[in-house]
Design a binder for this molecule. Structure first.
Ligand code: DGL
Length: 266
């Protein structure tokens, strides 16, 4: 049986989901969280669906042993596989990233939106479909950004390579005439300041983490599983390079207190 006192699991292919973990903790400070980033095999976004599904199953099996009440898929590349197809064998609740369709349509005066995501996510057209369900006439340009994840995992913040990569993808968004860009890969908010600077003030940048955290909170309320008092313990696991993961966690959440560990998936 699931109970309020059980922790919440959070998964990503690497450090990207930490940007969602930050928002989840702000919204639900009493909850305990266990984060798992598959740093040994990131990036997922340039792999095949079969390969990604195999890795995800291992991560979800790990959470069967952790007595969690909910797993938040803090990764768009995994979310577009369809949480329903991943849920089957697991007792805990499962929720994916918000596609942010309402948010971007509200933000975009021109109804002209660019989606920055991994190549895999873009290939599924999942965000485009979600936006078109609400407004069939909106223009949606999917832009695969394969250079970002290795640069973020490699801590290359402020480098020329980062500026060049952002400029390349920003130019595609500008050429399409977009006035709103959604960051539909959870790694990308690590670069949000630099992305916003290069896109300029005429383009709004949206991070769907806040909406995802709200959705997770509502799910817990609906299920009678929201924990309202507690100190909010945090364990962060990585499948490789725990020290690098710890630095990146501190980068996104300065002063963070957490227990770090190495996790082996099978
Ligand atoms: N952070 C992930 C996402 O939201 C994927 C990054 C990757 O492994 O390619 O899509």
């Amino acid at each position: 049986m699931l109970t309020k006192d059980m922790p919440i699991g959070v998964i990503d292919s690497g450090v990207g989901g930490l940007t969602v973990l930050k928002t989840l903790r702000e919204k639900m400070p009493a909850e305990d969280f266990i984060y798992l980033g598959d740093t040994a095999r990131t990036p997922y976004g340039s792999r095949s669906e079969e390969e990604i599904r195999g890795f995800v199953e291992q991560m979800l099996n790990f959470f069967d042993t952790q007595n969690v009440k909910l797993v938040v898929i803090a990764c768009n590349t995994i979310t577009v596989l369809g949480p329903d197809t991943l849920q089957k064998l697991h007792k805990y609740q499962l929720i994916g990233m918000s596609k942010g369709a309402k948010l971007v349509l509200a933000a975009s005066a021109k109804k002209n939106i660019a989606v920055f995501a991994t190549e895999f996510t873009i290939s599924t057209h999942a965000h485009e479909k979600a936006i078109h369900e609400l407004d069939a006439r909106a223009k949606v340009t999917g832009i695969g950004c394969p250079k970002f994840v290795p640069l973020i995992e490699g801590e290359k913040f402020g480098s020329n390579e980062v500026t060049e990569a952002i400029t390349e993808y920003a130019n595609t968004a500008k050429q399409a005439g977009a006035d709103t860009v959604i960051l539909s890969c959870t790694h990308f908010p690590f670069l949000q300041g630099e992305i916003q600077k290069i896109l300029g003030t005429a383009i709004t940048v949206i991070d769907p983490a806040e909406q995802t955290a709200t959705n997770a909170q509502h799910r817990l309320i609906e299920e009678g599983l929201l924990k309202l008092s507690g100190t909010g313990n945090l364990t962060i696991g990585f499948t490789k390079d725990v020290e690098r993961g710890q630095r990146l966690a501190q980068y996104i959440m300065p002063g963070l207190k957490a227990t770090y560990k190495n996790v082996t998936l099978k």
